[in-house]
Design a protein around this ligand. Structure first.
Ligand code: PCA
Length: 214
């Protein structure tokens, strides 16, 4: 049995829900065949979020870790390509912390590519009829923080682990009074269910153009 750890985040920035947690808990309750899936909710707090991720990895000893976060304003499920070694918080975290231009890991490399076949993951989601794309930046807030910390853990301590980060749009209930894109949480959960087997089984990523011109 392949063990999968999924993480989502608690709400932040004045929202009362976070679709990342709603979606990963739905997937863990009804996982794809052959995958033993655990979902963990991370706090939206610098440092603590990474401590809790590391503890969850130690506890569940997974083969694959997919961390998920809300990216308000995006219209597709996006699989992140690169994590950067910087915390630069535009808004305070849920404990009031607001690092500016601090490294996630002092002395760590500037960036890591996701140890994940990102293009095959995107293709698997699209095959379900759900909009998906490769993203070239996970930002510089909590999601990048956790993504970089995961990539660093894999690079330095767990070379056989695969892992990556997926950003998801707002849930419709978050944007009823705003002209912002959204995606129903059951659709996001379906996208994640499609991504997991591709992430586990793809050995060589697809060689298709998914770059950006800006
Ligand atoms: N999204 C934020 C942090 C938590 C979340 O769900 C981000 O993109 O950094």
């Amino acid at each position: 049995m392949t063990r999968v750890l999924l993480t989502g985040f608690e709400p932040f920035g004045g929202e009362s829900v976070n679709p990342s947690w709603q979606a990963v808990s739905a997937v863990a309750a009804d996982p794809p065949a052959g995958l033993e899936t655990t979902a963990v909710r991370l706090p939206c707090v610098f440092g603590t979020a990474l401590d809790e991720l590391r503890a969850a990895v130690a506890r569940t000893d997974p083969d694959l870790v997919i961390c998920v976060g809300q990216a308000g304003g995006r219209s597709a499920v996006t699989v992140e390509r690169v994590a950067v070694n910087i915390d630069d918080a535009r808004i305070p975290d849920n404990a009031g912390g607001r690092p500016i231009d601090e490294p996630v890991v002092p002395g760590g490399p500037a960036a890591y590519f996701a140890p994940l076949p990102v293009k095959a993951c995107v293709a698997a989601i699209r095959a379900e009829g759900i909009p998906a794309a490769v993203s070239q930046t996970a930002g510089t807030y909590l999601c990048n923080h956790v993504f970089y910390g995961l990539a660093h853990l894999i690079a330095t301590e767990r070379p056989t682990l695969r892992g990556g980060f997926v950003h998801v749009p707002y849930a419709p209930e978050q944007v009823v009074d705003r002209a912002e894109p959204s995606m129903p949480v059951p659709t996001v959960a379906r996208a994640l269910r499609a991504l997991l087997p591709a992430a586990v089984h793809t050995r060589t990523d697809l060689r298709v153009a998914e770059g950006a011109t800006h």
